[in-house]
Write a protein that binds this ligand. Structure first.
Ligand code: DAH
Length: 343
């Protein structure tokens, strides 16, 4: 038997076993395995020496090599199992869930200041017996303008202000077309408010947005007078801004009402003395209103000899900004939860 080969064989086994013991992970283990058992591994190299030993000794040497391989494989299996177990335990430890931690609550959004203000306005008018109705955001020119006494060449129809889809269809510039739609249905008397989104081709700034909201109001019945309008809107202002609130009506012009007015409320910050909030005026403008124009009644199939009525239009953002003392309208559209949570 070639002593040198035999010695080399046992050295390979010893060295491998000791290397395996210090293998810290599966990659190192694999490198060791390939280094000794692989195609170009140390055992294969030793087998090459077979040709130098006498033929009768070769089977014995082959047997020794097999035993050495078995021993190495056994050791590899053993170390591999241990490493795998350790790896699994480390993984489990790193992924474990601490069931004693308090549960994460689902993030619930927050009602938008617009919504809060709208619900407040609705509460007030529903309390006075009004119905809440809606109309389409994409509207006919006929309803948005014509039936509201705004004919084709009227300055209020300025193309600059309106998003036209075609000659007859546009994004409504006001909620007033809902007046015409409700009157046309012919169910009298009418006592309604109609909130909704409106659109105007305006640049965005602290007080303008191409899309905002209005709340329309309409009352039609026999014997409705200007004092009904004033009484109703004065009551509305008190409910919305507090019982001390005073109201003032300034003559104005709207094509669909006659007479028309703008309503101011006494500044709820300074009580009317004049402060930064009301720009020293003591009054804050909050809505447009008037007695429904007889021509509008006629175009909507209501006899102006028999019926009268009043109408008003409030900007919802305006109310929200005033009520919550927000100084920039853009904040309302950013949907930053940190801002919204304050209301
Ligand atoms: N639609 C008007 C606007 O957008 C607001 C308005 C004024 C509505 C007077 C009315 C009203 O119903 O009577 O400026």
């Amino acid at each position: 038997m070639n002593e040198e080969l035999r010695k080399k064989l046992s050295q390979v086994v010893e060295k491998t076993v000791s290397n395996l013991q210090s293998a810290g992970n599966l990659e190192t283990l694999n490198e060791i395995r390939v280094g000794v058992l692989g195609k170009k591994g140390e055992l294969k190299q030793l087998m090459k020496g077979m040709k130098d030993i006498p033929a009768e000794e070769r089977p014995r040497f082959g047997q020794l090599v097999n035993e050495a391989r078995d021993k190495i494989e056994e050791n590899i299996d053993f170390v591999k199992k241990n490493l795998e177990k350790a790896a699994m335990e480390a993984k489990i430890a790193s992924e474990s869930i601490d069931v004693t931690l308090p549960a994460r609550r689902p993030e619930i959004g927050h009602r938008h200041p617009n919504t809060i203000a709208l619900e407040e306005v609705q509460r007030i008018f529903v309390g006075m017996g009004y119905e809440v109705v809606e109309g389409p955001e994409i509207e006919y020119d006929e309803y948005n303008f014509e039936k509201l006494n705004i004919p084709a060449n009227h300055p209020a129809k300025d193309e600059q202000d309106t998003f036209y889809i075609n000659k007859e269809i546009l994004l409504r510039t006001q909620t007033s077309p809902i007046q015409a739609r409700v009157m046309e249905q012919g169910k009298l008397p009418i006592r309604m408010i109609a909130p909704g989104r409106v659109f105007r081709s305006d640049e965005v700034d602290a007080t303008h947005s191409p899309s905002f909201h209005q709340i329309e109001g309409l009352v039609v019945d026999k014997h409705i007078t200007l004092s009904d309008l004033k009484g109703t809107l004065a009551e509305f202002a008190k409910e919305l801004f507090g019982p001390e609130t005073k109201t003032k009506f300034r003559p104005h012009h709207f094509p669909f009402t006659e007479p028309s007015a703008e309503m101011d409320v006494s500044c709820f910050k300074c009580g009317g003395k004049g402060c930064r909030f009301c720009k020293g005026e003591g009054w804050i403008e909050i809505l447009g209103c008037g007695m429904v124009h007889p021509h509008v009644f006629e175009m909507c199939g209501i006899d102006p000899e028999e019926y009268t009525g009043f109408a008003f239009g409030v900007g919802l953002e305006r109310i929200a900004l005033l009520k919550y003392e927000i100084d920039d309208m853009r904040l309302l559209y950013e949907n930053d939860i940190r801002f919204l949570r304050q209301f």
